[in-house]
Design a protein around this ligand. Structure first.
Ligand code: PAF
Length: 294
């Protein structure tokens, strides 16, 4: 196990911890999280450790009220600080920033927020109005507080990853945004802090999401409608899983041609409710290049 990370709860403690651990030339890599850490986060920390080399890895643990809508799970979102710190220590995180809401938003919620642009109202944004403004605002603040060279985000929240990358580029924040592959359970379910809300039978049903994405991948050479049809057919096997959307997009979440003659990279994304738990998943696929057998 690595030495215990320095725990900073205030901005001042954070600045002291970062100044202590870092040569000015060595990189600082940030992994923003909302805590309730699991093996998926561990893989982000490992990637961050690799990227940081002799530099520092900082993780933030902060359940950001700004990105939760009315009726969402802000109050019941799991808070597991002691276990989170243990995982950070195991994975070689140097500094853990775990501020209170008051420390993060002194004087109340900010009057200036980051507008995610049109993509912020699509897919997840259509079901969670204001969510991405809340995410981008807290990430911009974390970038300002930590001043990382690199930030690592999971591909599991793919739209978030695309929007954060766009924000960093378009607002010239100078942070390289790196995506890390989704970690899955043996039955394919993407790891998520929200999986712990699932009852055992819901947990079994939830695996249909990744099965549907794989089915789409198999049909993707025949075009977008075939891939979508294959995924929907699998999703209908579980009537207790209510699909909010199933979308095929380009890797940067633009529109995909339905029947590309030559294969093109794409992304399939799904969101569904299993009981009161909302789950999302996505995977890359290659669309087009084949014609349906006659
Ligand atoms: O992905 C998350 O855990 C959160 O959306 C993030 C990026 C930490 C911002 O609160």
């Amino acid at each position: 196990m690595s030495p215990t990370p320095v725990l900073a709860s205030t901005r001042e403690e954070l600045h002291r911890a970062l100044a202590r651990g870092t040569e000015s030339s060595s990189p600082v890599v940030l992994v923003p999280t909302m805590g309730a850490l699991h093996e998926g986060h561990a893989s982000l920390f490992r990637l961050a450790r690799e990227r940081a080399g002799a530099g520092s890895v900082a993780a933030s643990l902060f359940v950001n009220p700004l990105q939760f809508g009315a009726g969402e799970d802000l109050d019941r979102y799991p808070r597991t600080l002691a276990a989170d710190l243990a995982l950070c220590a195991e994975e070689g995180v140097d500094v853990v920033f775990a501020p209170s809401v008051e420390e993060m938003y002194p004087g109340g919620l900010p009057s200036v927020t980051v507008d995610p642009g049109p993509l912020g109202s699509e897919l997840e944004g259509a079901f969670r109005p204001g969510h991405f403004a809340g995410v981008l605002t807290v990430v911009a603040k974390l970038f300002g507080l930590v001043r990382p060279d690199v930030a690592v985000f999971g591909e599991k929240d793919y739209q978030q990853l695309v929007l954060v990358r766009t924000m960093s580029r378009e607002l010239c924040l100078g942070v390289e945004v790196v995506g890390a592959e989704t970690v899955r359970e043996p039955d394919g379910l993407a790891l998520s802090s929200r999986n712990r809300y699932l009852e055992p039978d819901q947990r079994r049903h939830a695996a249909v999401l990744s099965r549907a994405l794989r089915a789409a991948q198999d049909r993707a050479p025949y075009g977008v409608p075939s891939a979508r049809w294959a995924a929907m057919r699998v999703l209908r096997e579980e009537p207790d899983v209510d699909v909010d959307y199933l979308a095929l997009r380009t890797p940067d979440l633009g529109e995909l041609p339905e029947h590309p003659v030559d294969p093109v990279p794409g992304r399939i994304l799904v969101a569904a409710r299993v009981g009161s738990t909302r789950l999302i998943d996505n995977r890359p696929l290659t669309i087009g290049g084949a014609t349906l057998p006659a």
